[in-house]
Design a protein around this ligand. Structure first.
Ligand SMILES: Cc1cc2nc3c(=O)[nH]c(=O)nc-3n(C[C@H](O)[C@H](O)[C@H](O)COP(=O)(O)O)c2cc1C
Ligand code: SF4
Length: 663
């Protein structure tokens, strides 16, 4: 008899009317899930380095459990071997002994407290593992393509049997800890996928060979785990529908669909459809891949198996999954990064508060941090991974402590600070000399390859400011006189950066233009362009102009172009620069500007000419204006965002939040 763990009635909610398919129940195995929402398993590196669950992880998951409004909330994948070959992240939760059960139980309890279905994931990281030991295990000894990973050695048959048993033991512990649904992670290069792929499984025994042979250990894991879990705990598996490893002779899409059928035959109750490996040379989930790009894989999967198909992968808004479910092309909407960025995302959808969603901008900083052994953070959600820390939450101010706050600059730093301070009870006024909100993000979001999604941050902040009663004063220049007239208690300077001047000769020429004027279309730009500055603003404008057919060269002081872009995304930009014929001279500066060329100079003094009709300045520095005025009046002062130190959107948001909490 199928059972439902918690009662949910969505009928009175606006989101259930707008997206009816998302809020219909579904039966998975013998469990009835009240809706079609699943928070996908997410490593966060928040647990102790010996695998015990921490307060930080419990608080993190509890918030996401609240967000799924009765749906499935999965904890991160656990590693299962004492030798730690399967451990892929320093703060990954472990499950190789009963001593881990109490900590895991805290996670299950936290999920249940929010009336959500608690999901447990088994994840031996295989080829991506051995993060704390010298070498890892794999079906075959195939060298890694990514340098950060450890060498892998071929497992013996005994070791394979032991690994299958480890999955069974861990699953049993997960059930004892109170989890309701079990999942095997077989994606992106973890051990199960290593066995399945022709790229990494070169075995000649019964655990290798054709796709059935390569699936043999997976079938044994499925059958073993099912046996220990019993009929009341549904079992799912995450499987690649397309590995995107053609260049190294990975599985064909047909073979991948074969794995779905074999997993179904072996007894799984659902399949989570995934795409790509960490070693794929194709982008899968970064911002340059349009949302919804992978949904066709779920549709294809549904044509091959009868069990429910769940899928994440750039489904950042409810409309696409709602339609796909309605059209019979998907069964459950999964989310990972959308709920890192906004843990209450689906709850807000249900409650008709979509304008209050802080959307993920698919920058992959969260992933980049994990691979560098750092606790996860989110580019645009300052509270992420601090859910347990009271100090991080905005606290209402006492009536006597209420202040009049003047924020100068309506970019992401100023807006973030504004709504947080206003929510706490301060009277907040935001000034900007532009006629719209967004600051320099208005120009930055015109860069190609998905940067328009960056504006979702400002849209969210605008809504939050309006709801918190922030007053806007647009088209208003803040001057010394204005500050003296208003005499606020606090001034926050969020004015954005100033742009540097070229020191060599020709810096004042007419063919020297500013990046903002280029991006907004105000400046006219010749055919041969030199962009001064090799950080993200330089790369953005270079690609923007190259797409218009200009011949663009970047000259910048950093040792590598895009040094300020996180590594999990930077590789994309390096490819796009090459594809668009943009040449970058790094570790260089500009010495002289003439009519048709500039003279660039390497760090060790070598000079060379570069053809140039127009030079675009993107080098920035801190903005000192108004600081002395505010300090001279004895007014409390904060400087945030690029005005403090030119950095990126993330720093702007995080600065704004921290000062908003502090004023
Ligand atoms: C920070 C981070 C941690 C992840 N950890 C896991 C994990 O523990 N197990 C797993 O199967 N997938 C993991 N994934 C993959 C996600 O569950 C998801 O499949 C992927 O991010 C694509 O979905 P999205 O576009 O909604 O983020 C992780 C992804 C991210 C970004
Ligand atoms: S760090 Fe970037 S990719 Fe990760 S959730 Fe936050 S915005 Fe999305």
């Amino acid at each position: 008899m199928a059972k439902q763990l918690f009662e949910w009635d969505y009928s009175s909610y606006p989101g259930a009317k707008k997206y009816p398919h998302l809020f219909e129940p579904i039966q998975i195995g013998n469990l009835i899930i009240p809706n079609r929402i699943k928070y996908a398993a997410t490593e966060d590196n928040l647990n102790s380095h010996d695998g015990f669950v921490t307060d930080a992880d419990v608080a993190y998951i509890k918030r996401r459990a609240e967000g799924v409004v009765g749906g499935m909330c999965f904890m991160q994948g656990v590693y299962m071997d004492e030798a730690r070959k399967g451990q892929g992240y320093v703060g990954q939760a472990a499950c190789w002994d009963d001593k881990f059960i109490p900590g895991l139980k805290r996670l299950a309890d936290a999920i249940h407290e929010k009336k959500a279905v608690a999901g447990f994931q088994l994840m031996d990281c295989g080829r991506v593992g051995a993060v704390e030991v010298d070498s890892g295990h794999a079906p075959s000894t195939v060298p890694q393509r990514l340098r950060i990973f450890k060498p892998m050695y071929e497992m013996t048959k005994e070791e394979i049997k032991e690994m299958i048993q480890q999955h069974m033991n861990a699953a049993k512990r997960g059930v004892e800890a109170g989890f309701d649904i079990m999942e095997i992670s077989g994606i992106v290069g973890y051990l199960v996928s290593n066995f399945i792929s022709s790229y990494t499984n070169r075995r000649t025994d019964e655990y290798g060979g054709d796709i059935r042979g390569r699936m043999k250990c997976v079938v044994e894991i499925i059958q073993g785990v099912k046996a220990v879990c019993g009929p009341d705990i549904p079992l799912g598996i995450r499987l690649c529908a397309e590995e995107l490893l053609d260049d190294v002779r990975g599985n064909t899409p047909e073979e991948s669909m074969e794995t779905y059928k074999i997993a179904e035959e072996a007894g799984v109750d659902y399949i989570s459809c995934t795409a790509g490996w960490q070693e794929s040379i194709y982008p899968v989930i970064s911002r340059d891949i349009p949302q919804g790009s992978w949904l066709h894989l779920a549709k294809r999967a549904k044509q091959h198996v009868k069990v429910p198909i769940t899928m994440a992968y750039r489904l950042f808004t409810p409309d696409r999954p709602n339609k796909a479910i309605g059209d019979g092309e998907l069964d459950v909407w999964e989310m990972c990064r959308s709920m890192i960025a906004d843990p209450l995302m689906p709850k807000k959808v249900l409650e008709g508060r979509e304008d209050e969603i802080r959307h993920c901008v698919a920058c992959n900083l969260c992933l980049a941090r994990l691979f560098r052994d750092a606790p996860m953070t989110c580019y645009i959600n300052p509270l992420c991974a601090h859910e347990h820390d009271e100090e991080f939450y905005p606290k209402a101010v006492e009536a006597d402590d209420k202040k009049e706050v003047m924020i100068v600059g309506a970019g992401p730093a100023g807006l973030e600070c504004a709504y947080v301070a206003a929510q706490r009870g301060h009277e907040v006024h935001v000034y900007d000399n532009r006629d719209e909100l967004g600051g320099t993000l208005l120009e930055a979001s015109r860069a190609p390859y998905g940067d328009d999604e960056l504006m979702t941050c400002v849209n969210y902040q605008k809504t939050m400011c309006e709801k918190a009663g922030v007053e806007f004063h647009l088209e208003t220049e803040v001057t010394e006189e204005l500050i003296q007239d208003e005499m606020p208690d606090t001034v926050v300077l969020a004015t954005g950066p100033t742009y540097s001047k070229i020191q060599g000769s020709g810096g004042d020429r007419e063919n020297v233009v500013n990046v903002l004027d280029v991006m907004s279309g105000k400046a006219s730009v010749g055919d041969n362009v030199v962009v001064w500055g090799n950080r993200k603003p330089g790369i953005g404008v270079a690609l923007h102009l190259a797409k218009q057919g200009k011949k663009v060269t970047i000259v910048g002081k950093e040792k590598t172009a895009g040094f300020d872009i996180n590594p999990s995304f930077k590789w994309r930009y390096m490819i796009y620069l090459r594809q668009n014929g943009v040449n970058a001279y790094n570790d260089c500066d500009i010495e002289e500007i003439a009519d048709k060329e500039v003279v660039a100079k390497t760090y060790d003094g070598y000079r060379f000419p570069v053809k140039c009709d127009t030079l675009v300045v993107t080098e920035r520095k801190a903005n000192e204006s108004l600081k002395n005025v505010v300090q001279g009046e004895g007014i409390e002062l904060f400087v945030i965002g690029d005005a403090l130190v030119p950095r990126n959107l993330s720093s702007a948001v995080h600065d704004g939040y921290r000062i908003g909490v502090r004023i």
